[in-house]
Design a protein. Sequence first.
Length: 129
Amino acid sequence: MDPLTTYYMPVILDTVGGLPEGAMFEFPTPSPIEAIMMSLGQLSSLGVLIIILISMQSIAGEIKSQISELVLVKPVRYHNYITSKWVAMLLIAWASLILSLITTWYYVEILFGELGWLPLVQIVFFYGL
């Protein structure tokens, strides 16, 4: 959302009004790299929090509803059970990261200029780690 609100902030301020007469706000247009870095700031705070909360609820919910007992009664080690949960959450996190960065890349390309595929791929692999 950060690149979109940055781009449309002058329009939002004009629409809402309430500014004193003669007041001017000049917003510098960020480069495509700066625009995508704004979104990465949101992903690294809000995205990580959501992933942590979902993974905590996943295991705690199964323990509370005793579904984990049904799985662990069979010849499944506890280590394998937790590792499979971790791998599933890791795949969901990667898919979410890729989807959100492709969406961000699309809006950055339209609003701020050309970014290219190579920086996007580098960002996906760097933040994916």
